[in-house]
Write a protein that binds this ligand. Structure first.
Ligand code: CAA
Length: 240
């Protein structure tokens, strides 16, 4: 059945692939973005998927933004919390701002978007919230105390909200991507990335559509008995 879906960080990288995968399955898709105006415009021109600009780390902006989306395209049934940033560095170099921005956007964004949409889903008796966690939230990663903590928090958030939503038909799941061929991963210094790829059993980075297809499954009616789960898509790098 066709639904209304919003994908945060939905105009680039994994988010863009998710937006397209949901559109291909017949959903009405809206992409949220925060920064790159030019890429967002190009994405909309190319795909016909409208892009709405706000910072998911800003609580009020999420409430207002989702209200606007609902006024424009209808009640939001599916939320994909994909927006995220990295501010990598070992603890002794990491500033409070590096810590706080990653927590505010990556983890706070999930809370803010859920606050804006969960009540409506519960009232209508159907909803899907799909949170993009990370292998590094499951296993930790050198130089990422902020990101690993936020992503690990997303996995806990998912399991807690899944318990609250189940009896109202609102299913909440996470995907934990491994290293995917995106701008974010391309920012990892090459010698470090080579060592990481050497440890991936399938022998390569993943691609964004391999994550997007997992999201499309969790958003579908085929996943009606799946809630509180984490789907790891990481080429076997961490078997959890
Ligand atoms: N385990 C143990 N030691 C490590 C290590 C690791 N994984 N990585 C680096 N080190 C060691 C290095 O060998 C080096 O030691 P020596 O000086 O004795 O040789 C020391 O730590 C310093 O390493 P760097 O030279 O790399 O230090 P730096 O300060 O220049 O950079 C860093 C540190 C920013 C953390 C850099 O190593 C880095 O970017 N690492 C990658 C972090 C990462 O994987 N980020 C993922 C981004 S993508 C993502 O997050 C998406 C997702 O969900 C998967």
């Amino acid at each position: 059945m066709a639904r209304v879906a919003i994908v945060t960080g939905g105009t680039r990288g994994i988010g863009a692939a998710i937006s397209l995968a949901l559109k291909e399955r017949g959903h009405t898709v809206v992409a949220n973005y925060a920064g790159n105006e030019e890429k967002a415009k190009a994405f909309t021109d190319e795909t016909g998927i409208p892009a709405y600009k706000w910072d998911v780390g800003d609580h009020e902006a999420c409430l207002v933004g989702c209200q606007q989306v609902e006024a424009d395209v209808g009640p939001i049934d599916i939320v994909v919390n994909n927006a995220g940033i990295t501010r990598d560095g070992t603890l002794h170099r990491m500033t409070f701002d590096d810590w706080n921005e990653v927590m505010r956007i990556n983890l706070g964004g999930c809370f803010n978007m859920a606050k804006a949409t969960f009540g409506g889903m519960r009232d209508r008796g159907w909803g899907r919230i799909i949170n993009i966690g990370s292998i590094n939230g499951q296993a930790g990663q050198y130089g990422q105390v902020n990101y690993a903590a936020a992503k690990s928090g997303i996995h806990g958030f998912t399991k807690a909200l899944a318990q609250e939503g189940a009896k109202f038909g609102v299913l909440v799941n996470a995907i934990a991507p491994g290293y995917i061929d995106t701008d974010m991963v391309a920012a990892v210094p090459e010698p470090v990335l080579e060592k990481i790829v050497a440890k991936i059993p399938v022998g390569r980075l993943g691609n964004a559509y391999e994550i997007a297809r997992g999201v499309a499954f969790l958003a579908s009616d085929n996943a009606g008995f799946v809630t509180g789960s984490t789907l790891s898509i990481n080429g076997g790098q961490h078997m959890y």
